[in-house]
Write a protein that binds this ligand. Structure first.
Ligand SMILES: NC(=O)c1ccc[n+]([C@@H]2O[C@H](COP(=O)([O-])OP(=O)(O)OC[C@H]3O[C@@H](n4cnc5c(N)ncnc54)[C@H](O)[C@@H]3O)[C@@H](O)[C@H]2O)c1
Length: 269
């Protein structure tokens, strides 16, 4: 965890959170922050070992967490991650739809199976997992959902992952619609749009698009992209996780239906 001292203790005291894709990257950082803020966390990931690792880190920090292995694109898995988290800690107050994949492929080569897999994991799962927790949140008049969209859902950030861009635009669209359906019930639904964040996913883009497609040195393509970022650096997972924590917390009590950029100034709308 980074060294920034935040007065976040107690912000989510007594709440139950479920974070998907929390074995590494942004999801792991979010799970650690939510726990630090007092939430008990269901740490879900398709990779059981990494989910266990994050849950262990939270418990070492004196907070509560369980690991739930599961694939967000499977209905049975989604039901199990919700049920296991609620069995352990009670009804879910905070859902973070973070799990996602990237695939670098030219749009002229994109196959229907690529499209279906991308949309299933990055978009369809966000809606159907939200649909599982929303009725309980509405009944209790309390809850917050934050999903991971992307700058790629707003701007033409790259031509080699059209289906990824579409999946993230879909997350923005469903966030707006879901937020309106539950706004009067004390439930808030928002998403974040990160830009270039230093994670394994970004390393994959650099490798597949820069090194393999264009013969660049490792890191060269990413450095070129960073030239477009006014702050001149990649974001850290903590940069994104702090905004997600804010949106999930009562500090953002009058915010819903928003797609909040975390891009170092790259995207301004
Ligand atoms: N890194 C960036 O620059 C960036 C920018 C914008 C948006 N995002 C979004 O943020 C989210 C997290 O990205 P990251 O960079 O931390 O990625 P990452 O690849 O480092 O981590 C993603 C995690 O999701 C898990 N996962 C993948 N498929 C899954 C599935 N079907 N079911 C459950 N878990 C699954 C992986 O095992 C992994 O732990 C993603 O939705 C991504 O699209 C990332």
């Amino acid at each position: 965890m980074d060294q920034i001292t935040l007065p976040i203790e107690g912000l989510l005291e007594g709440q139950t959170a479920l974070v998907t894709g929390a074995g590494r990257g942004i999801g792991r950082a979010v799970a650690l922050y939510l726990a630090k803020a007092g939430a008990s966390v269901g740490v879900s990931d398709i990779d059981a070992t990494s989910a266990e690792r994050t849950a262990g880190e939270i418990r070492e920090g004196g907070r509560k967490a369980i690991a739930v292995a599961g694939d967000v694109s499977s209905d049975a898995s989604r039901r199990e991650m919700v049920a296991a988290t609620e069995r352990a800690f009670g009804p879910i107050d905070v859902l973070i739809n973070n799990a996602g994949i990237m695939q670098v492929i030219d749009l002229f080569d994109l196959k229907e199976s690529d499209w279906d897999r991308m949309l299933s994991i990055n978009a369809k799962s966000v809606f159907f997992l939200s649909q599982l927790v929303l009725p309980g949140m509405v009944a209790r008049k309390k809850g917050a959902i934050v999903s991971l969209a992307s700058a790629a859902g707003k701007a033409a950030t790259g031509t080699k992952y059209l289906h990824y861009n579409v999946s993230k635009a879909a997350v923005i669209a469903m966030t707006k619609t879901m937020s309106q359906a539950v706004a009067k019930d004390g439930v808030r639904v928002n998403c974040v749009c990160p830009g270039i964040i230093d994670t394994d996913m970004w390393a994959q883009i650099d490798r597949e698009q820069g090194v393999q497609m264009q013969g660049m040195a490792q890191g060269e393509w990413m450095n070129q992209r960073l030239g477009q970022v006014p702050m001149g650096r990649a974001g850290t997972v903590q940069d994104v996780a702090r905004v997600i924590l804010f949106l999930a917390s009562p500090l953002a009590g009058y915010m819903t239906g928003q797609a909040v950029n975390v891009t170092g100034g790259w995207i301004t709308y």
